[in-house]
Design a protein around this ligand. Sequence first.
Ligand SMILES: CSC[C@@H](O)[C@@H](O)C(=O)COP(=O)(O)O
Length: 368
Amino acid sequence: MKINGKPYRSIWREASGEVRIIDQRWLPHELRIVALSSREDYAVAIRDMWVRGAPLIGATAAYGVAGQMGRDPSDASLSETWEVLHETRPTAINLRWALDEMERVLRPLPAAERAAAATKRADEIADEDVEINRRIGAHGLALIREIAAKKPGKPVNILTHCNAGWPATVDWGTATSPIYHAVEAGIAVHVFVDETRPRNQGAQLTAWELNAAGISHDLIVDNAGGHLMQHGEVDLVIVGTDRTTAQGDVCNKIGTYLKALAAKANDVPFYVALPSPTIDWTVVDGVKEIPIEERSDREVTHVQGRDASGQIIQVQISPDGTGGRNPAFDVTPAALVTGLITERGICRADAAAMEAMFGDLKAAALSR
Ligand SMILES: CSC[C@@H](O)[C@@H](O)C(=O)COP(=O)(O)O
């Protein structure tokens, strides 16, 4: 997607081979681009959320493995790199998917061939993510088009949570891809952007990218969605996912579950944009089985923003001595999900429909 007219991906390899990312901690106020080199660079970038969003975490880990293979392509190094990168963030399954994919390609090769093969596979994973998200957009466009046809002359109002936009992927985004496609197709849309406390990925990233693309949007506090739905102001909810189970339970940024409950109560369609690498075929019951990342309570007691002098600062919003709990994700049971927008089409959120659409991927994943 474009920033000031210039196309960017969220991670890319320069002609020199150097891998660069947008360091998302400073958006929307500063666009900082940094190079990642050592394995520790990659681990820190994922753990401390310089990059974030399930698909981008996966692509970054793949480049991390490739970088390490250039330095030490031994079996021990491959195993250790899998472990070091895997422990950076526990919930987004794309991390394990990408590491397993690198391992599958690299392990059978002689060490001398691993560096080149790893770079090639990391590039492919990045390119495949872009294509998957483009297709999600094309399928989601059909949904938006249907709603638009029922309200001629009025915009389709879409609510989204967190940032499942292009900064969360290599490009296009998942939840935002149908929105970009709709705008390209000349359909009027308006996006309600949940701020998404505690880290405010909605306020900082989704608002930033929609603003850059000139798409009509309003930032709303996390508590406003139910009210807007009750008053008929939301036509459609589209969110992303960090891990979706074999029966269609959706793990996503904390607060997604509450939006799904409000959508159900108000008959608002609730769709999840789901790239297939985000399906965890080994897990069925999402509430019981998905590990939920607990992050520092400082993210709850403090907020980051820009002060009047232009400095990016953090301020404390709670009393000294008040601690916090900070579960970073929640699980929306499949029964609350109207459908999954995947690269292969729109799928019911249940085991049979997912098997019918992705049986080949399920078999491959379970045979590993
Ligand atoms: C296409 S991204 C889907 C999800 O990864 C996204 O909604 C989300 O929850 C991101 O969480 P984050 O903690 O910012 O990595």
